[in-house]
Design a protein around this ligand. Structure first.
Ligand code: FEO
Length: 166
């Protein structure tokens, strides 16, 4: 069954959010690289790639359902943060906003009796639980580390391991 217009429009908005997320994370990566946090920079790069993957997943789905992908302009991302903690706080807050948007899309799909979209969104709902948890955990750790330079150094190395994996 071809995708309905309301769900198609909302999904195009979601593609835009995912691409803006990728853009935000790429900017955060550049911020960390410039501040010599190569591990956090790699982590943010991996996150940017994941967000691109999310956008592609929605785009593929729209095309599979006979819908049209409509792209919009991206806004200029924040280039600088007060601290590594501030950057990850922004990331965590952003993920909460993305989750709310996925839930709204699910509600619309349910209202429109679009079962295929609901099935796709199940994957995203689970993914958001993970994304929110990960960013929240990093924020908590950075709060504990505070201004401890060697703690920050060690944690940056740990973040770099995920960057290599993702
Ligand atoms: Fe695609 Fe981080 O939400």
């Amino acid at each position: 069954m071809q995708i309905g217009k309301a769900v198609q429009n909302a999904m195009n908005d979601q593609i835009h959010k995912e691409l803006e997320s990728a853009y935000d994370y790429l900017a955060m990566s550049a911020y960390f690289a410039a501040a010599n946090y190569s591990g956090a920079a790699a982590w943010m790069r991996a996150q940017a790639r994941e967000e691109l993957g999310h956008a592609m997943k929605f785009a593929d789905f729209l095309e599979d359902r006979g819908g049209a992908v409509t792209l919009k302009a991206l806004s200029v991302p924040t280039a600088s943060y007060e601290s590594p903690l501030a950057a990850f706080e922004a990331a965590a807050a952003h993920e909460a906003v993305v989750s709310a948007s996925i839930y709204a899309l699910f509600e619309l799909a349910a209202k429109e009796k679009d079962y295929a979209t609901q099935a796709l969104l199940q994957w995203f709902i689970t993914e958001q639980v993970e994304e929110e948890k990960t960013s929240r955990t990093i924020v908590d750790t950075l709060r504990q580390i505070g201004n401890n330079t060697s703690g920050l150094f060690m944690f940056d190395r740990e973040l770099g391991r995920r960057g290599q994996a993702g």
